[in-house]
Design a protein around this ligand. Structure first.
Ligand code: 5GP
Length: 178
């Protein structure tokens, strides 16, 4: 498989589309068993999760609902550092089984923020399903991270929904910076 160029960076293949799809099928089977008779709400974190959500949801054969949220990061001018804001979180999650669908968990900051927002609504349960996870970058353990597609090294990756400065989301495979 050839390397790809995105903006100024060169990337090499890390995960081929075939193995991504095989892994997603297995996660789907697991979710169908774990959530039998429970009608969970899948919440995808945009933009990166759109392809993963689309492929994952096709493997789900139990009744379920689907929504998306978007999280923006700002670099604050004060010492609090990064401030985040979530757009579009459903407001009716009380007593629901929530499955957060992420493209990648890196430091875990984004996920911690989303989990806190979701917990405020007192759902029946919350779990996280992330296609990629960089264990070496994680700042503190996240108990809700129960479904992981692939643990990957602490490299920057693009493709299959993930971008580098806006480009690369349309690549079928996942690549890492060389
Ligand atoms: P965290 O808050 O866990 O550090 O980062 C989560 C977000 O950072 C992800 O949802 C994703 O948007 C972005 N991110 C983290 N690592 C990567 C990476 O290797 N490649 C890309 N394209 N985005 C990443």
């Amino acid at each position: 498989m050839n390397n790809v160029q995105v903006h100024d960076k060169e990337f090499e293949i890390l995960l081929e589309n075939d193995s991504i799809n095989k892994r997603i099928r297995l996660i789907g089977i697991q979710l169908n068993v774990d959530y039998e008779n429970r009608c969970p709400v899948f919440i995808g974190v945009l933009n990166g999760s759109f392809l993963f959500m689309a492929d994952l949801i096709k493997e789900i054969d139990i009744a379920c609902e689907i929504g998306f949220i978007r999280v923006a990061s700002y670099h604050g001018t004060e010492s609090v550092g990064e401030i985040k804001e979530a757009f579009g979180l459903p407001t009716d999650l009380k007593d629901r089984d929530v499955i957060i669908v992420e493209d990648i968990v890196d430091t875990g900051q984004t996920l911690k923020y989303i989990l806190a927002k979701v917990q405020q609504q007192e759902p029946a349960s919350v779990t996280v399903c992330s296609l990629l996870f960089k264990p070496a970058a994680l700042k503190e353990p996240i108990a809700e991270l129960n479904y992981v597609g692939f643990e990957i090294p602490n490299d920057f990756v693009v493709g299959y929904g993930l971008d580098y400065n806006g480009l690369g989301r349309n690549l079928k495979d996942i690549y890492r910076a060389v």
